[in-house]
Design a binder for this molecule. Structure first.
Ligand code: FAD
Length: 919
C-alpha cells in the first residue's frame, strides 16, 4: 500500500503513526539478527519501515534483499531508498524491478551521498541523473503511479549549503516532479522544524504531502553528538546541559535521552505540524521502544490492534500476496519457510489459497527453508541428547520457556500455548514430542489479546489442534483411540510417506480457525488438509535430518536424532468439537515412550490466568469478554501478590540475615511484619478475585488457589533480572526464620540461577567486486562455400584407334554381281567428260570430358572448395565405315583408254550425285 494512503487513513482516525529506518548490516549474522529484530519490532506497530541505499550502490543487493524479506516474509510495509548518482542506470533499473517484484510500492528517491572516497558530490561521467528530481521523473515515466515516491528534506540545510531556505525551491521541484511525501533529515529542535515546515507550505508544497520529521533516539552520548554534527543539526542547549554531566553512564544517557526525544516528539505532534514520526533506529530496538512507550503511542502488549493482526497469522505483503487469506496450520511456527515455498504461487490474487489439491510447494532447497544457525550454535541451543529421555527433556524445556527454539519452531513458545502448557509438558515428559498446537476457542472477542484477530466487534473460533511426533510402537494404540472418537480427524505419516488417516480422500480442507465479523462473510483463514500436510511432512523430516547432522558422524546424538527422524510418526489431530477444549489430550492417557519420564514441576508462576484454569478444568474458552476481565483481575491480583511476597520475602531474608547478629526479637518483628504484608497482599488478591463476575468463579478460585500456592513455597521470578531468585513463601519463611534464629543459622533460601547465555556471532561478509571474464564460444556452423575457380589440367592420353564396322558388304556384293555381268566387249563410244565436286569429308572428333570434382568440406570456419578438374583427352580416331550406298550405274561419256587411265590416276570420270539415292 502507498505510504501516503496508509498515513491518511490512520490520521483521519486521529491515530499518530511512526516508521523505522534500517540499514543493511555488514555481516551475515548481523543480517539475520536484524531480520529477527525487524520481526519483533513489527509488534511495535510501525506504519512502514525503510531500508537505506549504500552510496554509489554499495551493498545495494542487500538493500533489495532486505526489502524483499521485510515485505514478503515479515509483512512489513517497506520503502526502499534509491539513489541515482554514481551508479550505472542499469543498477537503478534492476533495483526498481526488484522492488516491484517484491511487492514494494514505496521508494525514497534520492540523489545520494558522495561515495566515501570522494569528498563532495560530483556527477560522474556517464550517469544519467544529476538531481533526485530526475530520478523521480524517470520512475514516474517507467512505473506510472505504482510507486509512492518520497523525497528527502533538509530543515537545517544540506551539503555545504547550510541555508535551509535555499533548498526549499528544490524540494518543491521534487514534489512537482511527482514526490508525494517528504522525509526530513534528523532534527532535535522543535522550533526549527516547525518553522521550516511553514516555509515549505508557503512555497507551495501542498498540505496533503506529509512532511515527516526525522527522529534519532539517543543511544550513547558520543554517537548522539557524532550524528548531530554529521547532519549539521542543532542540539538545544538544555539537552547538552542535561546529557553532558552523565555522558559516561550509557544507561542514564539513554534514560534522559528518552525523555528529551519524547518531549521533542510530543511537541511536534501537539503542534499539528505532523502526525507521523520517522525514527532513525540505527538497527537498534530498545531506545526507539523507550520513546514510543514514553509517548504512549505504541500498541500495548495486551491490546489488540486490528491493523497489526487482520488474520491469525502474519500476512505477507509480497508480490500479489496481499489478498492471501487462507493458510495451512502446519507452518504456524515457520512463516518464513511457508512464504519461501509458496512464493511462486499465482493463486493469491484470487484471494483464496486456491485449489489445495494442486499446490506447487517450492523445493526444500530454497533459501530460508533449512535449519537456522550453525551446527555449533544449535548444539549449544539443543544440547547433545543421547537418549529419548534427553530429547524429551529438551522439548519440556521448550514448552516451559527455557529453550528458545526447536528445529521446528523458530521462536519461543507463544502465549497462545499458555492454556495448554501443562498438558504439553505432560505429553513431552512422556516422550510424546509436541510440534504445534492450538486450544479450542468458542467465540472469543476479536479484540481478545491472545486469540483475537480481524476487525473490531467480531468473534473468533478455533478447533483444538495438536501435532505430535510419536514413537512407532505407540501409534497403533493412538490410532485405535482416535478411530473411536467421531469428532476426531487425524493424519499420521512417517519419513517414507506411509500415510494413515480417517479423512476420506475426497475430503476438502478442514477450517480450524474462523471468524465472524459485522457485515462480512465468515472468514476461515487456517486449514488442515492432505496435500499441504504431505508438503509439510517433507519439510518436517528434512529439518529432523538436518538436526541430526549438527552432530558428528559417529556420535550417539547423530544416530539417535536420525533414528527418530526416520522412524517416528508425525501425527496431526483435530478435535472438530470446538466446544470441547479437552478432547485431544485424553487420547494419550497412559501412553509413554519406554523409559522416558521427565520429572517436571507443575506450572505456577506466570500462568495464573483464567484460561489455564478453565481449560484444565474442562471448561471451554467461551464468553471471553467476561473471561478476559477475570483474567486481567486475576493477573493483577497474582502480580500484586507475587510482588508482596517478594517484598516480604526479601525483608524476611534481610531480617533473618541480621538475626544471627541481632536478637531473636528483631527476627520476630520482621516475621510479624512479613506476615502482615503477605496477608494484606492475600486480602488484596482475594478482593480482586472476588470482584470477578460470578460466571467465572471457577477461574478466579483457581487463580486464587494458585496464588495461594505461590505463598506456600513455589518459585516466582523477579522481573527484569537476568538471575532469577526464588521468592520463598511468606508464611513458610517466617517459620523458618524463627528456627534459624534459634540456631543462629541463616535461613535457607533457594537461589535458582538462570544463566542466560547470549552469544554474539560475527561473520565477516566481505563484499568484493570481482571481475571475472567468462568466455564462451558458440560454434555456429556456417555453410559458406567458396568455390574457387576450377583448375583445369589438361593431359593428352594416347590416341586410341577404333574401327567401327557398319558395312555388311551387301552393296559390295551387289556391285560385284553387277560387275560379273560385265565382260570384255568393245563398243567404242565418244568419251563424255564430266566433272564432279565430291562432298567434303569432315573428320568428326567427339570429345567427352569427364569432370570429377573433389570438394573438400571443411567444418571449421569458411568452407573452401578448391575444385580441380583433370581433363584427360582421350584422342580417339574413329573411322566409321558407314553402310555403302549403291548409286547405280551411270553411263559415262566415252573417253579414250589413255584418258581413262589418266583419270584413274586422279580425275573423276563419273558424275555421281550423292543426294540422289541409288536406284
Ligand atoms: C531521509 C533521508 C534519507 C537518506 N537516505 C540516503 C540513502 O539511503 N543513501 C544515500 O546515499 N544517501 C541518503 N541520504 C542523503 C542524501 O542522498 C544526500 O543528502 C544527498 O546529498 C542529497 O540528496 P537529495 O535526494 O536530497 O538530492 P537533491 O534533492 O537532488 O539535492 C541535491 C543537492 O542539489 C541541490 N539542488 C537540487 N536541485 C537543484 C537544481 N535544480 N539546481 C541547483 N541545485 C539543486 C540541493 O539543494 C542539494 O544541495 C538521505 C537523506 C535523507 C534526508
Amino acid at each position: 500500500m502507498h505510504i501516503t494512503k496508509k498515513l491518511a487513513q490512520a490520521h483521519a482516525e486521529g491515530r499518530p503513526t511512526y516508521s523505522f529506518e534500517y540499514f543493511p548490516p555488514k555481516t551475515a549474522q548481523g543480517v539475520q539478527n536484524l531480520y529477527d529484530r525487524m520481526d519483533r519490532m513489527h509488534g511495535f506497530g510501525p506504519a512502514f519501515i525503510d531500508v537505506t541505499w549504500g552510496a554509489g550502490g554499495r551493498m545495494s543487493h542487500l538493500t533489495c534483499e532486505m526489502v524483499k524479506v521485510a515485505q514478503s516474509a515479515y509483512g512489513l510495509e517497506t520503502c526502499m531508498h534509491l539513489t541515482c548518482t554514481d551508479m550505472a542506470q542499469s543498477k537503478i533499473d534492476g533495483a526498481l524491478d526488484e522492488a516491484y517484484k517484491a511487492g514494494c510500492t514505496n521508494i525514497l528517491a534520492l540523489r545520494g551521498d558522495p561515495p566515501r572516497e570522494k569528498e563532495k558530490w560530483e556527477q560522474s561521467e556517464g550517469t544519467a541523473f544529476r538531481y533526485a528530481k530526475d530520478l523521480i521523473k524517470y520512475i514516474k515515466e517507467k512505473y506510472g503511479n505504482h510507486f509512492d515516491i518520497g523525497v528527502a528534506g533538509y530543515p537545517e540545510g544540506c551539503d555545504a549549503e547550510t541555508d535551509a531556505d535555499a533548498h526549499i525551491p528544490y524540494l518543491k521541484e521534487k514534489i512537482d516532479a511527482g514526490g508525494t511525501f517528504v522525509l526530513a533529515q534528523m532534527s532535535y529542535d522543535v522550533d526549527i522544524f516547525i518553522d521550516w515546515v511553514k516555509k515549505c507550505r508557503q512555497a507551495g508544497i501542498p498540505e496533503n504531502v506529509p512532511i515527516i520529521p526525522g527522529v534519532m533516539p539517543i543511544q550513547t552520548y558520543d554517537s548522539f553528538l557524532r550524528r548531530a554534527k554529521w547532519t549539521q543539526c542543532r542540539v538545544p542547549k538544555h539537552w547538552l546541559e542535561q546529557l553532558e554531566p552523565i555522558k559516561n553512564d550509557d544507561a542514564q544517557v539513554r534514560e534522559v535521552g528518552k525523555d528529551l526525544v519524547a518531549e521533542f516528539c510530543r511537541k511536534l505532534l501537539d503542534s499539528g505540524t505532523t502526525m507521523h514520526l520517522h525514527f532513525y533506529t540505527m538497527n537498534l530496538a530498545a531506545s526507539t521502544r523507550m520513546v514510543l512507550d514514553e509517548l504512549s503511542v505504541a500498541p500495548a502488549a495486551d491490546s489488540h490492534n486490528p491493523d497489526l493482526k487482520p488474520l491469525p497469522w502474519r500476512q505477507s505483503l509480497g508480490f500479489n500476496r496481499r489478498d492471501e487469506n487462507v493458510r495451512p496450520i502446519f507452518w504456524r511456527n515457520r512463516k518464513q519457510s511457508y512464504v519461501a515455498r509458496t512464493q511462486d504461487w499465482d493463486e493469491f490474487p484470487n484471494g483464496r489459497w486456491g485449489d489445495s489439491r494442486s499446490p506447487a510447494f517450492g523445493s526444500l532447497d530454497a533459501y530460508g527453508i533449512g535449519l537456522k544457525g550453525t551446527n555449533e550454535h544449535n548444539r549449544k541451543l539443543w544440547g547433545e541428547p543421547k537418549t529419548a529421555q534427553q530429547v524429551a527433556e529438551l522439548f519440556v524445556g521448550y514448552m516451559s520457556g527455557k529453550v528458545e527454539s526447536l528445529p521446528w519452531s523458530e521462536a519461543p513458545i507463544s502465549s497462545e500455548a499458555d492454556s495448554l502448557r501443562q498438558d504439553l509438558i505432560d505429553l513431552n515428559s512422556r516422550g510424546l514430542l509436541t510440534i504445534n498446537s492450538q486450544p479450542a476457542v468458542d467465540g472469543a472477542k476479536s479484540s481478545h489479546t491472545t486469540y483475537g484477530w480481524g476487525p473490531k466487534n467480531g468473534y473468533v473460533y478455533q478447533k483444538a489442534y495438536l501435532e505430535v511426533l510419536i514413537h512407532p510402537a505407540i501409534l497403533p494404540k493412538l490410532i485405535e483411540r482416535m478411530e473411536e472418537k467421531e469428532e476426531i480427524t487425524y493424519y499420521a505419516v512417517n519419513h517414507s510417506g506411509e500415510l494413515k488417516t480417517n479423512v476420506s480422500s475426497d475430503g476438502g480442507p478442514n477450517a480450524v480457525t474462523w471468524g465472524v465479523f459485522p457485515g462480512k462473510e465468515i472468514v476461515q483463514p487456517t486449514i488442515v488438509e492432505t496435500v499441504s500436510f504431505l508438503a509439510w511432512r517433507d519439510e518436517f523430516y528434512h529439518l529432523g535430518l538436518e538436526w541430526s547432522k549438527c552432530y558428528d558422524e559417529a556420535t550417539e546424538s547423530r544416530r539417535l536424532i536420525r533414528e527418530i527422524a526416520e522412524s517416528w510418526y508425525l501425527v496431526n489431530i483435530v478435535d472438530n468439537d470446538y466446544r470441547d477444549s479437552r478432547g485431544i489430550f485424553p487420547l494419550f492417557d497412559g501412553l509413554r515412550v519406554d523409559g522416558v519420564d521427565v520429572k517436571t514441576k507443575p506450572i505456577t508462576n506466570g500462568d495464573a490466568n483464567g484460561f489455564v484454569a478453565r481449560t484444565r478444568d474442562g471448561t471451554s474458552i467461551a464468553d471471553t469478554e467476561t473471561g478476559q476481565n477475570i483474567a486481567k483481575n486475576a493477573d493483577h491480583a497474582s502480580e500484586k501478590l507475587s510482588e508482596a511476597a517478594n517484598t516480604a520475602g526479601a525483608k524476611v531474608k534481610e531480617a533473618a540475615n541480621t538475626a544471627s547478629d541481632k536478637t531473636k526479637e528483631v527476627a520476630d518483628s520482621a516475621s510479624a511484619k512479613a506476615k502482615e504484608t503477605a496477608s494484606s497482599a492475600n486480602a488484596k488478591a482475594n478482593d480482586a478475585a472476588g470482584s470477578a463476575k460470578a460466571k467465572a468463579n471457577d477461574t478466579a478460585d483457581s487463580t486464587k488457589a494458585k496464588a495461594n500456592d505461590a505463598t506456600s513455597g513455589t518459585t516466582t521470578s523477579t522481573s527484569g533480572s537476568t538471575t532469577e531468585h526464588s521468592a520463598t513463601s511468606v508464611d513458610k519463611v517466617t517459620e523458618e526464620t524463627e528456627t534459624v534464629a534459634d540456631q543462629t543459622v541463616a535461613p535457607a533460601v533457594e537461589h535458582d540461577t538462570i544463566k542466560r547465555e547470549h552469544e554474539t556471532r560475527d561473520r565477516d561478509v566481505v563484499e568484493k567486486e570481482i571481475h571475472k571474464d567468462h568466455y564462451h564460444t558458440t560454434i555456429q556452423p556456417l555453410k559458406d562455400t567458396e568455390v574457387q575457380a576450377t583448375e583445369h589440367e589438361f593431359e593428352q592420353a594416347p590416341t586410341e584407334y577404333r574401327s567401327v564396322e557398319k558395312d555388311d558388304g551387301a552393296a559390295e556384293a551387289k556391285v560385284a554381281k553387277k560387275l560379273a555381268g560385265f565382260h570384255d566387249s568393245v563398243k567404242e563410244e565418244e568419251t563424255k567428260e564430266t566433272h564432279a565436286q565430291d562432298e567434303t569429308v569432315v573428320g568428326e572428333h567427339v570429345h567427352h570430358h569427364l569432370h570429377e570434382i573433389i570438394q573438400p568440406v571443411i567444418e571449421k570456419g569458411k568452407e573452401v572448395i578448391q575444385r580441380s578438374v583433370t581433363h584427360v583427352t582421350h584422342p580417339i580416331k574413329e573411322t566409321v565405315h558407314e553402310k555403302s550406298d549403291d548409286h547405280g550405274v551411270t553411263k559415262a561419256k566415252p573417253i579414250s583408254v589413255e584418258e581413262f587411265k589418266h583419270r584413274l590416276d586422279g580425275e573423276a570420270a563419273t558424275e555421281v550425285n550423292p543426294d540422289k539415292p541409288a536406284p
